[in-house]
Write a protein that binds this ligand. Structure first.
Ligand code: FDA
Length: 307
């Protein structure tokens, strides 16, 4: 019930202004977004990699309104990659990007986003790592997949995300389950209409399993983006029956959610990648985390009242 309301609020400028200016305890936002600057996030990168975990890093921000902001987003990723270089982590620290932040929704946005993301993908390749294109709302996906295909001509390791709640995704998965592809499967975090997406949790979970089977039986590299214990157990079973070795798929979870499970899976020998977001424009990312688990909202509300 609460989830859709929070997701609607995540797109509202008025709510953005109210909540961003509210005396939110830093602790609440920090749980999901553990840094505002590159200097702030590098100790977290070291801590996670020292614990045997890998990362995919997200400079938070989306829904930008000018080409200059899109260029600033590109430059923020370039700075991050530059600062990661001396750590020599290679593919242990990859990038996740939202094309909306690179200008996709502006006039001429498809070309603009491609032009802005390409140097990031190039710079990532130079330090031995890759970029994954996050999936945003369904209206942006044809453009995202076209940019993904274009980037893969020069950088075949470029990954993309598919969302189990969308009806279109089973077909996308069949197309993407080809040799050399890297595909992250998630349930989906946006408010989508019933014409394009399953609305019930059990329907989304069933679709997730069908799509995961396609990816596991295919020839690409599946990245299982979920914290759901049932789906993680099913993923392990599907990998086993598809004859995949431990390095032929990976688990991915968000920073701040089920941290003990990150360590457990890594200790079992799985590749475990933590999606680690940082930056100051945290509103959209933070609101989606609240919508996924209403208990987070109660914690957030209590922290505001107790100040
Ligand atoms: P589900 O929501 O059923 O949660 C399972 C359990 O995990 C819960 O019972 C709870 O214990 C815990 N949990 C989940 N979310 C929590 C939260 N916010 N706070 C506290 N506990 C929580 N979406 C998208 O549309 N596009 C994208 O590109 C991405 N990218 C992405 C990357 C990675 C690495 C992950 C893990 C997820 C995404 N997502 C995403 C988000 C995804 O679509 C989905 O909203 C969340 O992963 C929550 O779904 P679960 O599969 O975890 O299951």
């Amino acid at each position: 019930m609460l989830g859709p309301v929070i997701l609607a609020a995540s797109r509202s400028d008025r709510m953005r202004r109210l909540i961003s200016a509210a005396p939110v305890t830093k602790q609440v936002v920090d749980r999901f977004i553990p840094g505002e600057t590159v200097d702030g996030i590098l100790p977290i990168v070291r801590q996670l990699t020292d614990n045997g975990l890998e990362l995919t890093m997200d400079v938070v921000g989306e829904d930008i309104t000018t080409p200059e902001q899109a260029e600033a987003a590109r430059d923020a990723y370039l700075e991050l990659i530059d600062r990661l270089k001396p750590l020599e982590l290679g593919g242990r620290a990859e990038m996740s990007v939202k094309l909306s932040m690179f200008g996709q929704a502006l006039p001429g946005g498809h070309e603009l986003a491609l032009a802005n993301v390409r140097p990031v993908v190039e710079a990532a390749a130079e330090i031995g790592t890759t970029v994954t294109l996050d999936a945003e709302d369904h209206t942006t996906l044809d453009s995202m997949f076209a940019i993904h295909e274009e980037l893969r001509k020069d950088f075949p390791q470029t990954g993309c995300v598919i969302q189990a709640y969308l009806f279109r995704t089973e077909e996308d998965a069949r197309r993407l389950a080809a040799a050399g592809s890297r595909v992250r499967l998630v349930k989906g975090a946006y408010k989508e209409p019933a014409e394009v997406a399953y609305q019930q949790k059990h329907e989304i979970d069933k679709a997730y399993v069908r799509i995961l089977r396609t990816l596991m039986e295919g020839e690409g590299y599946p990245m299982i983006g979920s914290h759901d214990p049932r789906l993680i157990a099913i993923a392990q079973e599907l990998a086993r029956t598809a004859g995949r070795k431990l390095d032929e798929y990976e688990f991915q979870m968000l920073y701040g959610i089920r941290g003990e499970e990150h360590l457990r899976l890594a200790a079992e020998g799985h590749r475990m990648r933590v999606y680690t977001a940082y930056g100051t424009d945290w509103y959209g990312y933070f609101m989606r985390r609240l919508a996924e688990k209403p208990a987070n909202l109660r914690f957030f509300a209590r922290s505001m009242i107790s100040r």
